[in-house]
Design a protein around this ligand. Structure first.
Ligand code: ZN
Length: 493
């Protein structure tokens, strides 16, 4: 057996265990009765442990080294690179530290829920402090050159560093804050038409029609409902989307388009890579660039709704007398708020930048956890012009820090910024994309993304991929210019 075939066979077993756990987790969100929770946690725990044992075994180490020593093709080199990264991430952090983090995460989660309910950050500060120490120990184990934060962000975005993120965010923050302030001087958009009593069946039918229309393959996927929308997959041929039906009719629509963006990226890997290390999206940031491209750049465009608004009005007759312009303005309303998950396209990255700056400062020892609330509130006031009246609506709103996911937040903003850079290149190649969207033809757009990004799987690193697609490194201009153009028109700035 070749070194590649041997490593692929070993990986296939681990992949099966991970996917068995993933199906259980999907089921837990979508179908499982409440009573199944304790056993399910144990089942997933066992499968995850078995996968970890396989990944860190001597046999796996030998198989990776053998492929590194013999790789001559692109597929062999890329497989060796991806597996070395998995192996390092699974072995460099001592088992004792992994265990302690897992224990502390459970405790921190409960403490966080309580602290948020009682609006008392001081309750959470002690466990957060310990979590920051653990993240620092993790960073030491993983290794870094300049900042311990580098090691943490690299876990989610290969090759990204604290300095990269800071440079990018320092460039976009002033422009975003200025745009938000300009919009704030204009009359507030009335989006009350979006809220009502909508039929679940109508929302299901309409969102399924939309995700199929943009190119999500229902022969190799499906859409269900879950309390929090997500996308998961068990193979290239089985990709699951979830959405949710709320009183705000736009929630399901844009949630579905967002998850379908993730889903089409996963469906787009070459079938011969199924169950191999090269299948699937390359990083969280690149993944998020695709969900946001389909949700925001395509899904919230005038051209998109020129095609679909008549269908929407038929499905939801309340909108019979609402003009396309008013609907389009409503789904693109910009208003600074305190809550990240409810933020619009313009303010969203400011929420992320605040979190990045605070968690970087905590990890680098420049911010004491006790001082987080004041620093948080000051930054909200400075960047967004709003100040939280409580920690529950401020620094206690996100689950991430209780789980020790420091370094995760930047990937959301990297994805938003990258989506515009990719779109700019796509438009230069494809010409009048608005006309294509107005006619409901997404085949050229999807085909371009498929060829340039989805079909590459994990062959290239995220940075190599960005360069190969756009000819340049990640840069802020397309994002800032794109938002200024769109919202300049919407708000007559
Ligand atoms: Zn996403």
């Amino acid at each position: 057996m070749s070194a590649l075939a041997d490593l692929q066979a070993k990986y296939a077993d681990i992949n099966a265990l991970h996917n068995a756990a993933a199906i259980m987790e999907w089921d837990q969100q979508v179908l499982m009765p409440h009573g199944g929770a304790p056993a399910r946690a144990a089942h997933v725990g066992s499968l995850t442990r078995m996968a970890h044992e396989g990944m860190t075994s001597d046999a796996m180490a030998a198989a990776i080294a053998a492929l590194e020593g013999s790789a001559s093709s692109d597929v062999e080199s890329a497989t060796a690179r991806v597996m070395r990264r998995h192996y390092d991430q699974s072995t460099k952090i001592p088992a004792k530290l992994v265990e302690e983090k897992s224990r502390l995460s459970s405790e921190a989660h409960e403490t966080w829920v309580e602290a948020r309910k009682e609006n008392d950050f001081s309750k959470f500060a002690r466990v957060l402090n310990r979590m920051v120490e653990i993240c620092r120990e993790e960073a030491d184990a993983l290794g870094y050159e300049e900042s311990p934060y580098d090691a943490l962000v690299d876990q989610y975005e290969e090759g990204a560093t604290a300095a990269d993120c800071k440079a990018l965010f320092d460039q976009i923050q002033p422009g975003l804050s200025e745009l938000v302030a300009q919009i704030g001087e204009k009359p507030e958009t009335d989006d009350s038409i979006l809220t009502g009593e909508w039929n679940d069946a109508d929302q299901k039918q309409f969102t399924e029609m939309l995700v199929k229309a943009i190119g999500f393959d229902m022969e190799r996927g499906r859409q269900d409902t879950a309390p929090h929308p997500f996308c998961t997959n068990f193979s290239i041929g089985d990709v699951r989307l979830t959405t949710r039906f709320l009183k705000e009719v736009d929630s399901a629509i844009f949630g579905s388009l967002h998850e379908a963006g993730h889903g089409m990226y996963e469906q787009g890997s070459p079938m011969e890579w199924d169950r191999t290390p090269l299948a699937g999206g390359v990083s969280l940031g690149v993944h998020e660039s695709q969900s946001r491209l389909w949700e925001n750049i395509v899904g919230r465009s005038r051209a998109f709704w020129t095609r679909f608004y008549p269908d929407f009005q038929r499905q939801f007759p309340t909108f019979a007398n609402v003009s396309l312009d008013d609907f389009h303005r409503a789904v693109n309303k910009v208003k600074p708020s305190l809550i990240r998950v409810e933020a619009d396209e313009v303010t969203y990255c400011l929420h992320i930048i605040i979190r990045f700056e605070l968690e970087k400062a905590m990890i680098e020892g420049d911010l004491k956890t006790a001082d987080v609330p004041e620093a948080w509130n000051a930054k909200y006031e400075q960047y967004l012009g709003v100040r939280p009246e409580s920690d529950a609506n401020g620094c206690l709103q996100d689950v991430h820090w209780s789980a020790g996911l420091h370094g995760y937040f930047p990937t959301y903003a990297i994805g938003s910024v990258l989506s515009f850079q990719i779109w700019e290149t796509l438009k230069a190649d494809l010409g009048d994309v608005d006309a294509q969207m107005e006619s409901g033809d997404f085949s050229k757009i999807l085909g371009w993304l498929q060829e340039k990004i989805y079909s590459k799987g994990q062959m290239l690193t995220p940075k190599e991929l960005v360069r190969s697609v756009t000819g340049e490194d990640l840069k802020p201009e397309p994002f800032l210019n794109g938002l200024r153009a769109k919202y300049g028109e919407l708000y007559s700035l």
